[in-house]
Design a protein around this ligand. Structure first.
Ligand SMILES: Cc1cc2nc3c(=O)[nH]c(=O)nc-3n(C[C@H](O)[C@H](O)[C@H](O)COP(=O)(O)OP(=O)(O)OC[C@H]3O[C@@H](n4cnc5c(N)ncnc54)[C@H](O)[C@@H]3O)c2cc1C
Length: 405
């Protein structure tokens, strides 16, 4: 990398969102550099998620962005392993009416969705044989499961083909944005980062004394903050308001010889546990509502499975009686105050796409397309993310979503 080289735009963070934005910008003909401290994504949310894709949201902008992304994932389904097997969502008395209230909106925006009575559930999914507490369910057949890693690689491959560059092992420590452009103070590790070294950098706001490397500066006409859960540090450096916080989420893989759920897509239980078939296993997640914010990556292991996952799965299905915990992990949700992403122009020459609040994979294609139009042409095109601008927190026009899973 020649430090005197000037880019049209530098992206800080190259997870699934940064990679999609890089692809779309490069395909607009811009000179793009995407920087990441770890392109392999060992701590990035894009490597830790459940691969769920759905458009059953409450806000038109979220439905439209997911819907457009789904249409793209269908076109490249073999390459990104998109399995359009639907989302089956079980509701209790407290939540059923709210689900029903949003169905017309979802259908009107082109997203098919059925409502099911409890008795119909067992016909559709015979494994669901304990129906206590279910008031109703929805099934949205266009939704499904994707391989996020393949999707990210797909974006990167197309981005590189159109001239985008990706820079690995580089941490952006500070950014100075001026009328003349953006100057980024960067640090590059002089050797491959160990898990411990990466963990220190990503939980302590950058490299400390234990890490060795070199510093250098890069310049661009504009920057885009696609740093996921680490966007707060970038905003501190820029002196811009931060609205996002990182929250730990855990997932585990379990072995279940008694059944094979590969016919189904994602199933979300009234208890909040969500699960789907994952190769020879079942992937299951649950997010305790009182999880405190912070950069925590510790996985609770067997106790997470025993206390949070197994009781909920067995309470719903007898075939879940003999489950074995295989492995699991923790990653970060990047949660905004209204649980919708923050996307658009943050300041002159500063763009942003982060805080997806559990929606980053499923919206990634549409966000890349929308933001690239805004950056390249000064206004949104067919995909309009205006409602997700940070200004909504100042003028009180929040885009409220239930966090769900
Ligand atoms: C357990 C769990 C389950 C989830 N399930 C789903 C799901 O089913 N469907 C769905 O759509 N979403 C889901 N999500 C959310 C989804 O994973 C995220 O919204 C999405 O991955 C965000 O992508 P991103 O590119 O914005 O962030 P990330 O993937 O976190 O990428 C940000 C990148 O920026 C880099 N970075 C940050 N700061 C700097 C810096 N200063 N210098 C250099 N590099 C930097 C990081 O290294 C990282 O690679 C889930 C998340 C979790 C944790």
């Amino acid at each position: 990398m020649n430090p005197s080289e000037r880019f049209d735009i530098i992206l800080v963070g190259a997870g699934i969102v940064g990679s999609s934005v890089a692809m779309a910008l490069a395909e607009h003909g811009l000179k793009v550099l995407a920087i990441d401290i770890d392109l392999s994504g060992r701590l990035s949310s894009s490597e830790k998620n459940a691969g769920g894709v759905r458009a059953t949201w409450w806000q038109p902008v979220n439905i439209a962005l997911c819907r457009a992304s789904i249409e793209y994932y269908v076109r490249v389904r073999a390459e990104v392993s998109f399995r359009q097997k639907g989302y089956l969502w079980l509701y209790d008395e407290k939540t059923w009416q709210a689900a029903l209230d949003h169905i017309d909106l979802q259908r009107n925006l082109g997203h098919p969705i059925e409502t099911l009575r409890p008795a119909e559930l067992t016909r559709r999914v015979p494994e669901l044989d304990k129906l206590d507490g279910i008031a109703g369910a929805t099934f949205s057949p266009d939704d499904g499961l994707i391989n996020p890693n393949l999707l990210k690689e797909h974006y990167r491959h197309r981005a590189i083909r159109s001239g985008a560059q990706f820079l690995d092992r580089v941490y952006v420590m500070a950014i100075h944005s001026a009328a003349s452009g953006a100057h980024l103070e960067c640090w590059q590790s002089d050797r491959p980062l160990s898990d411990e070294g990466l963990g220190r950098i990503m939980t302590q706001d950058g490299p400390g004394e234990a890490e060795t490397g070199r510093t250098f500066e890069l310049t661009a006409n504009a920057i885009a903050i696609t740093s996921g859960a680490w966007a707060p540090a970038v905003f501190r450096s820029l002196g811009l308001a931060n609205y996002t916080e990182p929250i730990r989420r855990q997932i585990c893989l379990v072995d279940n010889r008694a059944t094979n759920l590969s016919r189904y897509g994602m199933i979300v239980d009234t208890s909040g546990v969500y699960f789907h078939n994952e190769g020879p296993h079942i992937l299951a997640g649950y997010s305790p509502p009182d999880t405190p914010p912070g950069y925590h990556f510790n996985y609770d292991g067997e106790s997470f499975f025993q206390n949070e996952i197994w009781p909920r799965l067995f309470a719903r299905m007898n075939v879940m009686e003999r489950l074995r915990h295989v492995t699991g992990w923790a990653g970060l949700y990047e949660v905004s105050p209204d649980r919708s992403a923050i996307v658009g122009r943050a300041a002159p020459g500063v763009y942003e796409a982060h805080s997806f609040s559990g929606r980053g994979v499923m919206q990634s294609w549409a966000i890349g397309q929308a933001l690239a139009e805004l950056i390249a042409n000064g206004k949104y095109g067919a995909l309009d993310a205006t409602a997700l601008s940070r200004e909504r927190f100042v003028c009180g026009e929040q885009v409220w979503e239930e966090l769900h899973i």
